[in-house]
Design a binder for this molecule. Sequence first.
Ligand code: 5GP
Length: 184
Amino acid sequence: MSTVLAPDIAAVLLDEAALAGLVAELAAQLNRDYGQRPVLLLGVLNGACIFVADLVRRLRMPLELDFVGVASYGDAASSSGQVTWTKPPSRDLAGREVLLVEDIVDTGVTLRALQRTLLAARPASLATVALLSKPARRQVEVPVEYLGIAIPDEFVVGYGLDYAQAYRQLPYVGILRREVWEHR
Ligand code: 5GP
């Protein structure tokens, strides 16, 4: 299927076939590592919603699906390193094997605060799955046990990722044109 380029997109970084390949590879790793151990999967709203939807359909272990929301970038991490929930987990995490599923790791600040907050709830285990990572932007070290792919330092949208809440529905991950965001 050809990819129709939206006008604000400078280039397609990952087309639908590439994304499907990454999701299949991540799912295979998770299926191998977890076997039939029950998992509580926490998707991070809103960006990870499409990735989560594709990923869970390839997972074979008993799985409970939940979502969490955190206060937006900038105020996501308080001085205590804990996040402010806009939507906390619906379930008690104590004793559970928790898989945290993120769209993209940038500075790592949000993810580190998320991991600390979740670990305080005493899960049996916590592992993080991220579709994308921008290692050049990292400010804090965070463990990401399952990574789809490292990408260059570009602002990307699509496949759940937004700019000002737009572009989430694009079926590919594309680089947003500079003119769209640099004069704001
Ligand atoms: P961090 O705390 O790692 O700097 O920020 C992670 C969050 O920033 C992601 O969950 C995402 O919401 C946002 N973010 C970082 N880089 C990008 C990007 O290239 N595109 C979009 N749409 N969001 C990004």
